[in-house]
Design a protein around this ligand. Structure first.
Ligand SMILES: Nc1ncnc2c1ncn2[C@@H]1O[C@H](COP(=O)(O)OP(=O)(O)OP(=O)(O)O)[C@@H](O)[C@H]1O
Length: 228
């Protein structure tokens, strides 16, 4: 397995009415299971958004496996698509007008190089199967439960074969049993496929499952780094 390394240095100032917020973080990760913890408003989602290319920092540098994806000094700022990083949102963000199968297939149109129609179908079906969603393949998102939506979102995020998976409180909308179940599924998938993940959470069970390295964020800064 090739080594993984993420080098991050980000600075961003936000001004909202009287209160300003400054994100100012520097870290290097080699672990494939990283948890970001911190109080509400600490800047956790902002870090994920900047890594995914959904928010542009004022300055800094991000390199994944030594390839620059953002560098304010040399003007590099790759688009979210070019970064090959998947971001699993709190609210799933599925396309409402596409079926479950189409939602998953959509991400593969950019994950695979020149896929043939059949390779595409087969792989979509494999992901649906892995996520136990085959019986729901023709349904639309509004016809699914929260846990099912989350499974589809996960299948879609992984089907694009990301170099890094970002999970923003992925289980927060689920009940306790479902949360436990999905956590185990992601745990097993990650062990099997070894994709690097960074997970933002408040839940100690997530920290236990995925926190090989825990970054504690406080007021826009990394307060502490803790290895398991
Ligand atoms: N567009 C914006 N303009 C100004 N301030 C913003 C904007 N977006 C976020 N912020 C502020 O940036 C800070 C960090 O927000 P962020 O969403 O990263 O927090 P978080 O740690 O993920 O919080 P939570 O756990 O509540 O999701 C917050 O104080 C927030 O109010």
């Amino acid at each position: 397995m090739s080594p993984f390394q993420l080098d991050v240095s980000l600075r961003k100032k936000l001004q909202r009415q009287l209160h300003g917020f400054t994100l100012d973080v520097d870290f290097t990760l080699q672990s494939r299971r990283v948890v970001i913890q911190g109080s509400s408003g600490a800047g956790k989602s902002m870090i994920l958004r900047a890594l995914a290319g959904l928010a542009t920092p004022d300055s800094g540098r991000v390199a994944i496996n030594h390839e620059l994806i953002y560098d304010s000094a040399s003007g590099v700022n790759k688009t979210p698509q070019e970064r090959h990083i998947s971001y699993l949102f709190q609210d799933y963000a599925l396309f409402p007008h596409l079926t479950v199968r189409q939602n998953v297939a959509f991400s593969m149109s950019r994950g695979l190089l020149n896929p043939s129609r059949n390779a595409w179908r087969e792989e979509t079906d494999e992901w649906l199967d892995k996520m136990h969603m085959t019986p729901y393949a023709s349904r639309y998102p509004e016809q699914l439960s929260g846990g099912q939506k989350q499974r589809v979102a996960l299948a879609r995020a992984l089907a694009s074969r990301p170099r890094l998976l970002l999970l923003d409180e992925p289980f927060s909308a689920l009940d306790t049993n479902l949360r436990k179940h999905l956590r185990q599924e992601i745990d097993q998938l990650q062990s099997q496929l070894q994709f690097p993940l960074i997970l933002v959470t408040h839940d100690p069970m997530d920290v236990e499952a995925f926190g090989d390295l825990v970054l504690h964020v406080h007021n826009g800064r990394i307060h502490e780094q803790e290895a398991a």
